[in-house]
Design a protein around this ligand. Structure first.
Ligand code: ADP
Length: 319
């Protein structure tokens, strides 16, 4: 292969830029021309493709978001959209594509590979909801953003003896809530994968009160309920003052942590290596601190699961 391309798609996550940088520089290191595609699959269909140089990715390793921008593109879910994309790539003589994104993005890569165009997927989403890798790019940064926010809220919760519900991102995946809850010492953690009755949360708060504890932090993944609604229900059930904070999009942005930058650099470089070794339709990942790669079709067929032992631990030590 002499020409490769890279795009970012779906929800952005901190560390995507570090991955773009690694892919660009690793390609150039091997004497390969590398092209950037703007706005994900939308830009691919439109031919919004430009050649990148070493300097094109300078000064971005520390930035959140994605320099290549991202977009959602319904047209790419169709046969015609995918063919149009392949045409654009072929016109420029590009022989392989690396996509950085989540499971939706990988479905696009799978479709292109099945149509004969070699693609590799790099997992980047703050949700950490992709099978085959212990961590996705952006998860660690989002987690640290959440922890910093909870620590600040805890100061107020302690001073005013209040119960706080903090809603974090995670429609289907509870990793952010679980890890944040453990790291911030939350009293209760509510995630979509587990059904915790509100009575259990009430019981925990009351048990804390009985031993003199006057404040509680409850972490709620958005997929379980709206924080506002849950806070109201909790207030009615406990007769305590409950405050709600919805962290929202601050969780998506910010400078990536060292962990995410290193992860993104390693995964990005591995993606280039795979294409240069004639592999296609693979996702790169990190498992037990080793770089791995799996068939995208296989990864998409496995439902992401949370670490049960970690969930159990959170219950055991948040008494
Ligand atoms: P994420 O990659 O973060 O999961 P999305 O689910 O929004 O984000 O997917 C990003 C883009 O990937 C979509 O806008 C669409 O262009 C493409 N995509 C999603 N699903 C498919 C599919 N089944 N076939 C082809 N392309 C898809």
């Amino acid at each position: 292969m002499k020409k490769l391309a890279v795009l970012t798609s779906g929800g952005d996550s901190p560390g995507m830029n570090a991955a773009i940088r690694a892919i660009t520089r690793k390609s150039i290191y091997h004497g390969i021309e590398i092209y950037g595609i703007m706005n994900g699959y939308q830009g691919l269909i439109e031919g919004n493709i430009f050649k990148m140089e070493v300097g094109s990715v300078g000064d971005i390793i520390q930035r959140g978001g994605t320099k290549l921008r991202s977009a959602r593109c319904q047209a790419f879910k169709t046969d015609e959209g995918q063919q149009a994309g392949i045409e654009q790539l072929k016109q420029k003589g590009i022989e392989g594509l690396i996509v950085i994104g989540g499971d939706g993005t990988f479905r696009g890569a799978k479709a292109l590979t099945e149509k004969g165009f070699p693609c590799i997927g790099v997992p980047a989403t703050i949700d950490n909801d992709i099978a085959g890798t212990d961590y996705t790019i952006g998860f660690d940064t989002a987690l640290n953003t959440i922890i910093a926010a909870i620590d600040k809220i805890r100061d107020t919760a302690t001073s005013h003896e209040r119960t706080y519900v903090i809603e974090v991102m995670g429609r289907d995946a509870g990793d952010l809530a679980l890890w944040a809850g453990l790291a911030a010492g939350a009293e209760s953690i509510l995630i979509p994968e587990k059904t915790d009755d509100i009575s259990e949360v009430v019981h925990r708060i009351q048990r804390g009160h009985e031993r003199g504890k006057k404040h509680s932090i409850i972490i709620l993944a958005e997929g379980v309920a709206s924080g506002i609604d849950y806070g109201k229900r909790l207030e009615e059930a406990t007769n305590l003052e409950v405050r709600v904070t919805v962290l929202g999009h601050i969780q998506r942005g910010g400078s990536p942590t060292a962990f995410d930058r290193v992860l993104a650099s390693r995964l990005g470089a591995k993606a280039v290596d795979l294409l240069l070794h004639g592999q296609a339709g693979q996702m790169v990942g990190m498992s037990e601190n080793k770089l791995v790669n799996y068939d995208i079709a296989h990864v998409l067929s496995i439902e992401h699961a949370i670490e049960d032992k970690m969930y159990q631990l959170s219950k055991e030590i948040s008494i």
